[in-house]
Design a protein around this ligand. Sequence first.
Ligand code: AMP
Length: 430
Amino acid sequence: MSFSSQGFSSDIVRALTECGYEKLTPIQQQAIPHIRRGEDILAHAQTGTGKTAAFSLPILQQLLDNPKPRSKANVRALILAPARELADQIANNIESYSKYTDVSVAAVYGGAKMSSQERKLQAGVDVLVATPGRLIEHLELGNVSLANLEVLVFDEADRMLDMGFIGAIRSIMNGLSAHPQTLLFSATSSAQMNALAQDYLRKPKRIIVNAENSTASTVAHVVYPIEEERKRELLSELIGKKNWKQVLVFVNYKETANEVVKELKLDGIKAVLCHGDKAQSARRRALDEFKTGKARVLVATDVAARGLDIQGLPHVVNYDMPFLAEDYVHRIGRTGRAGQQGHAVSFVSRKEELTLVQVEKLIQQRIRRVVLDGYEPESRDALLVKMHSKPAYKNRQGRTNNANESNAESQSSAEGRVRLMRALKRRSKK
Ligand code: AMP
């Protein structure tokens, strides 16, 4: 299905063609007609499905169909997102889609100067992308008004709830005088999410794409059993020998990220970092360098990489297995997109074997093991036999391997624990 058949203006279609979009993705096919009819929607879709265009293209078309003069501090469409990187990315996408129109777009989020954001808001903006906390600051200062809001989007609503934004969201919603068309996008559902949907959506159309625990069939999964202390060497060797050009490496700790980058640099491989200690500007620079090919490797923690638009990659490496098996699916979702072949590589030390088993169960697939000459882990078979015979192992319910380690990146380990608790709760309810 083409974008021109959806009644989008030629200015939008031209911009989409430049973005390389030819056909609608499944979420776009399902969501766009409802949004164009002015209906509320509740969509279960992850990053990478094309959800940003699914909600922003109908918004842009509505703004073009009903042109209104911009007025002081006024906002016509508001998109709430959990993190600054995501907010930035959404705004960038919308700017690309609207580049041949005069629609104005701005993003406001914490960690950036209020004053420059205030200036942007002063004149009024057609589409505002915001994190909830910073939006409230601007609302309280009178820098922005939602009195004439026509469309409201919750993007990655589950992450916003996970991050404790429910109070901020409710206070934003309670301040609205009329009911804007409301679109809620979330990768997962929960009781809190259902309550949010019930309170703020009117007869929403439910849309579901991509089962949560599935990985694309175009991804080849490989595991390298390896001693923990030899992972760095193995990474350098694989990237160098196999001549991988663009590799996203996931680690669990920021200390590990620093060490890995150092090691790769020693081997002459240009690598950049993305973790919670890095300033926003540094993270963005790293991402740009990675996307444009100036850096061959991006080493990231889950928290920092969450929501970043780094899809369609040829190689994703789990240098550490994730704390939760579900995160394997999210990480690997960055590769094997849109029918391209993807490559998901996991380094698995002894202590990570348990997580690997959970991952295989979750994705319902046994992952091919490759032992590289010279990197054979010692006495691995004996260890595995012993481990599998333990009753405690057989009855294991949790999915973490090392979530409580003392050197854990505080944000990821705290979040890991919260998510583990939620996963366990969900399981015990089943
Ligand atoms: P999202 O789920 O919105 O983060 O989008 C994931 C990726 O898919 C982004 O890189 C988009 O630029 C890209 N994308 C979105 N819609 C399409 C489309 N119809 N055709 C090709 N790529 C798309």
